[in-house]
Design a protein around this ligand. Sequence first.
Ligand SMILES: Cc1cc2nc3c(=O)[nH]c(=O)nc-3n(C[C@H](O)[C@H](O)[C@H](O)COP(=O)(O)O)c2cc1C
Length: 244
Amino acid sequence: MTDTIKLLKAHRSIRRYTDRPVDPELFNELLRAGQSAATSSFIQATTVIRVSDADIREQFVELSGSQKYIAQAAEFLVFCADLKRNQVRSGQAEEDFSWAEQLITATVDVALFAQNMVVAAESAGLGICYIGGIRNNPDRVSELLSLPKLVYPVFGLCLGYPDQNPGKKPRLPLEPICHQDKYAKTEQFAGEIDQYDEFVRDYYVARSNGKLEFTWSEQMKKQAATQSRPFMLDFLNKKGFINK
Ligand SMILES: Cc1cc2nc3c(=O)[nH]c(=O)nc-3n(C[C@H](O)[C@H](O)[C@H](O)COP(=O)(O)O)c2cc1C
């Protein structure tokens, strides 16, 4: 196993940080590592907004559902899918960037950039936590950060030195994840997923001193029963995305 594989497999989200700041040169190196990710057709559709202002951080805590580590982390970044830069530089109309395919490519670009940055950060001893909670209120995020049309906030990212050492969250076994030559039905992996459910239950019991006790399948059932951010399509349309 390589050191990089060991590092990737040791990932855990960190939700408590020390006061230690991130050295500015290291921070720039992390951004450069992020930028080095592959990018669909060279579109480079990621914009990172570094939020340092304490008042704006507090507003992000609140609009993300009281996630206090947003204020506590040394750095808080908002990753935006950005087709505005390309629209301006290409001289094309905003409407020319409204295809569903462009939403996909821009969003994939952002995820690859961010994950490269995350791996670089973890290799330097930093901890991270993605914050999808910022999409609870995308209009307010847009307003707070002055995001124009063709720019939408995909997720936030807390970055800082860890002040906790949580256990590693178990992932699904490989059988249902990697199929051979054609798609295999989920029912085929009932045994493996049942067993995994028990691992997840044990993980939560251990992590919460017995207060939480649920399986992965139970979690997915609960998630599927509630409509998640039903305003998102309207928001994206308003921002000039996915109109065709
Ligand atoms: C796009 C994305 C958004 C996420 N949003 C949040 C969030 O708002 N708050 C949070 O505490 N964790 C968030 N997470 C972290 C996940 O809950 C976490 O990665 C998952 O439970 C697996 O745990 P692990 O990262 O410790 O392995 C997010 C992760 C991703 C990839």
